[in-house]
Design a binder for this molecule. Structure first.
Ligand SMILES: Cc1cc2nc3c(=O)[nH]c(=O)nc-3n(C[C@H](O)[C@H](O)[C@H](O)COP(=O)(O)OP(=O)(O)OC[C@H]3O[C@@H](n4cnc5c(N)ncnc54)[C@H](O)[C@@H]3O)c2cc1C
Length: 425
């Protein structure tokens, strides 16, 4: 089979890239393949589905903020129901952590991020289930930090990631793009720039380029191959000597639905939704999300140090991570979780760029890699898709949704020039 542009991966990044490539190159044949049976069934489906613009690094902020504007355009302008709700992203912080973040918060404000801050008393009124100080020996032994401040990103909230992936697929098909599911790429095809027709090509002394992929349905030749295979990208790229600047790491999510959590779910005053904002707990590597559709609370464990790197095709959640671990600290902050057990759980993998946490869009001969989104691929998907299309067109600057610009090479590998993210809790 032959196409002009082959996109490997029908997650949000592959589909967004394919949409922008096809929109800008209507005459080219754009084909997306995925090893799963439908759009967004990799880590897109496993994500917490949060969009946020709380970044101090200009590149991270532009990628996220412009994508959020575009998500609302997709829903309100193009008519896709993405279940968008701007209900905020709240960091609960001790005084010491808040002091350490003053610089990055100021930086975010200067960039244009709308941030609201709360003091302990306000948080206690708005979240009556929250315990903000402990003062007992056990809490001290556990190292639990008091909650003295709240920092809320206003332009943040949740999106239905399944609806997002389906809407991108639908836009692509409307533009005349093609998708082929249940199709696995086993490797990239490397060919010499000038074929000599001699056995053993390509030789080390020949210029080589990626010329498509071997798949379980046969060879797919392409002039340009976009590798958007998420955490699996390292399998395809590592085999041809390309470093995707990321390593996969598991993250586990738990779901709770219990009347004892009802008041917490409906925390008032943070947004027009009168629902718990996406909430990061101080120091215990746990976040909570109110799921508006099902009335449940999701809990994610952001354990990083101590959690091993490594690609897993089917990562499994460890139920003991909640019951023998997170639970002890969680019930001290939120006693309403006492005796409450998860009704569901799953695990996915994030592609972590530990160095600067900014995603990567990097060309190599015959291909473009997009990924290394470090847990923020949903929130940056449109901007990254536009960057892929700009790199394909050989443009130096990417016009993001809403008319802001980003230097394409700045998020590449060879000429990478992004600041490290400093808003880290
Ligand atoms: C638990 C968890 C919570 C998260 N929460 C958030 C969040 O709240 N907000 C946010 O912005 N981000 C979040 N993320 C990160 C987000 O899910 C990812 O950044 C995003 O989904 C990456 O999209 P992708 O298209 O690169 O990857 P994927 O969605 O994984 O898509 C890659 C696709 O490539 C396909 N593929 C791989 N290899 C091959 C092959 N050889 N042949 C054919 N097909 C192949 C896979 O089947 C897959 O469908 C979270 C991630 C996890 C794990």
């Amino acid at each position: 089979m032959y196409c002009d542009i082959l996109v490997i991966g029908a997650g949000v990044l592959g589909l967004s890239s394919a949409c922008h490539l096809k929109r800008r190159n209507p005459g080219k044949r754009v084909l997306v393949i995925d090893m799963f049976g439908g759009p967004g069934q990799g880590n897109t489906a496993k994500s917490a589905g949060i969009f946020l613009n709380l970044y101090a690094s200009v590149a991270n902020y532009l990628l996220a903020d412009s994508t959020i504007d575009w998500l609302f355009h997709l829903q309100n302008g193009l008519g896709y129901d993405l279940g968008l709700a701007k209900y905020g992203y709240l960091y609960l912080l001790s005084g010491a952590r808040h002091d350490a973040l003053r610089g990055p918060i100021e930086r975010m404000r200067r960039n244009g991020v709308e941030v609201r801050t709360f003091e302990r008393g306000e948080l206690e009124r708005m979240m009556p289930d929250l315990v903000t100080e402990f003062g007992d020996e056990e809490a001290e032994l556990m190292g639990l930090e008091p909650v003295e401040h709240g920092v809320l990103g206003v332009k943040c909230g949740c999106v239905d990631t399944d609806a997002l992936a389906r809407s991108l697929e639908s836009e692509l098909l409307k533009l005349g793009g093609e998708v082929a599911y249940n199709t696995t790429a086993s490797g990239l095809i490397l060919r010499p720039e000038r074929e000599l027709g001699v056995a053993g090509e390509p030789f080390v002394w020949q210029g080589v380029h990626v010329a498509g992929a071997e798949t379980d349905r046969g060879e797919i030749r392409a002039v340009t191959t976009v590798v958007a295979a998420g955490v699996w990208s390292e399998r395809l790229l590592g085999a041809v000597g390309i470093d995707p600047m990321m390593r996969p790491k598991k993250r586990v999510m738990f779901v709770f639905k219990d009347p004892r959590l009802q008041r917490l779910w409906g925390a008032r005053g943070f947004s027009e939704y009168d629902a718990l904002p996406f909430t990061h707990m101080p120091g215990i590597r746990v976040y909570l999300k109110a799921d508006l559709a099902e009335g449940s609370i999701w809990l994610g464990c952001a354990d990083d140090f101590g959690r091993r790197y490594g690609l897993e095709d089917d990562p499994q959640p460890e139920s003991s991570l909640y019951s023998n671990n997170i639970y002890h600290a969680l019930v001290r902050y939120f006693p309403c979780f006492e005796g409450v057990r998860p009704v569901n759980m799953w695990a996915g993998q994030r592609s972590i760029n530990r160095y600067d946490t900014v995603p990567v869009v990097a060309p190599s001969p015959g291909m473009i890699y997009v990924g290394s989104a470090t847990g923020s691929g949903i929130t940056k998907c449109d901007a990254l898709g536009r960057t892929v299309a700009a790199v394909y067109a050989g443009e130096e600057e990417v016009e993001l949704y809403g008319g802001r610009w980003l230097e394409a090479a700045s998020i590449g590998i060879e000429k990478r020039s992004v600041e490290k993210e400093t808003f880290k809790v």
